[in-house]
Design a protein around this ligand. Structure first.
Ligand code: NDP
Length: 326
């Protein structure tokens, strides 16, 4: 088996030299165990801040994969079945079956299994619970989402449309803007090329925003908060504009708009709804099968390109969910 380890803690933006590719000898299977091979691996923003929090130098990079069972001495798992596992950046691994999630039995043969890492997986669930439970969106409201062409953001916008909302999105390239218009966003702009973020947000929704699904944080959030409507809700999902900072950014100072507009601002982790995972996955799977939610994936070929795919995603090179095909 091969695995990518964190050679050196990231300092600022991750570099390919921060990773090391290692060979690992796997022992023979014992009773109750199974051997799996990773077919698709996910690269996600959380790996950047979490590496500091939970990893030591020399540890295998954290992460999720869709894996195929190649050998089984566990009667609960048959050879050839696909599962989602949290076993980090490795090509093969042994498991006793604990923590493995079989793909839903209703998964159509024609649907790429990699979607279990994106729209019909953790990022899709983040959009689903964040909108329903944190934003508490209602039909007729206006929803703002940033990093809108990414794994979470693209689902947020489409679910908000299904929920009867008007959706404003922003992303970092004109191709992303065009894609978001194609999949039904009402207003989209490129935050990198607008003269003034404040003006662009105002133009896209002169009456302001009821819900703001924030994937970016930092300066964007401090500008957007001033354009919330009274009683607006802000779901603090991610802060990717701050993950690579060695020196923490200052602000935003949010108290004044929060008081006078009586806003609600709530941070959340998708794991809060682990007990409703099945509900979320079934809803997302249904919408994808019906064509109501469109999925795009940025597939990088080759396990050896894991660090490149990860760094590319942090730089915004992905349209939709960034995955690696082993
Ligand atoms: P994406 O697929 O959206 O990929 C990351 C995107 O972020 C890039 O494509 C880029 O798009 C954008 N980006 C990068 N740097 C910046 C920057 N400085 N300013 C603005 N945008 C930037 O990733 P995900 O959909 O997987 O994740 C989106 C956010 O959601 C992240 O913050 C992540 O941490 C968070 N998250 C939170 C979860 C939770 O439980 N709370 C669960 C899952 C994700 P662009 O070209 O538009 O700049």
């Amino acid at each position: 088996a091969k695995a990518w380890v964190l050679k050196k803690h990231f300092d600022g933006f991750p570099q390919t030299s921060d990773f090391d590719l290692k060979k690992i000898e796997l022992p023979d299977l014992k009773d109750g165990e199974l051997l799996l091979e990773s077919v698709f691996l996910s690269v996600d923003p959380y790996m950047r801040p979490y590496s500091r929090r939970i990893m030591k130098e020399g540890d295998i990079m954290i992460g999720t994969q869709v894996a195929r069972i190649v050998e089984s001495k566990n009667p609960a798992f048959t050879v050839g079945a696909f599962v989602v596992a949290d076993r980090g950046w490795r090509t093969h691994f042994i498991s006793d079956g604990q923590g493995l999630q079989l793909l839903p039995s209703s998964w159509p043969e024609s649907l790429p299994k990699s979607l279990a890492l994106g729209t019909i997986g953790m990022p899709g669930l983040t959009a689903y619970f964040g909108l329903l439970e944190v934003c508490k969106m209602k039909p007729g409201e206006t929803v703002l989402v940033n990093a809108a062409a990414g794994a979470v953001g693209s689902v947020v916008g489409q679910l908000a449309k299904i929920g009867g909302c008007r959706v404003v999105g922003c992303a970092g390239s004109d191709d992303k803007v065009a894609y978001l218009k194609k999949i039904g966003f009402d207003e989209v702009f490129n935050y990198k090329t607008v003269k003034s973020l404040d003006e662009a947000l105002h133009k896209a929704s002169p009456d302001g925003y009821d819900c703001f699904f924030d994937n970016v944080g930092g300066e964007f959030a401090s500008v957007a908060i001033n354009q919330m409507k009274k009683y607006g809700r802000i779901a603090v999902c991610g802060a990717i504009s701050q993950y690579n900072d060695s020196v923490p950014q200052k602000g935003p100072y949010v108290q004044i708009p929060m008081i006078f507009k009586e806003l609600q601002m709530e941070g959340f982790l998708v794991t809060r709804w682990n007990n409703r995972r099945e509900e979320g996955l079934q809803a997302l799977l249904k919408w994808v099968v019906e064509g109501k939610v469109k999925c795009h994936e940025q597939v990088t070929e080759g396990f050896e390109n894991m660090p490149v795919a990860f760094i590319g995603m942090l730089k915004g090179e992905n349209l939709g969910k960034a995955v690696v095909k082993v």
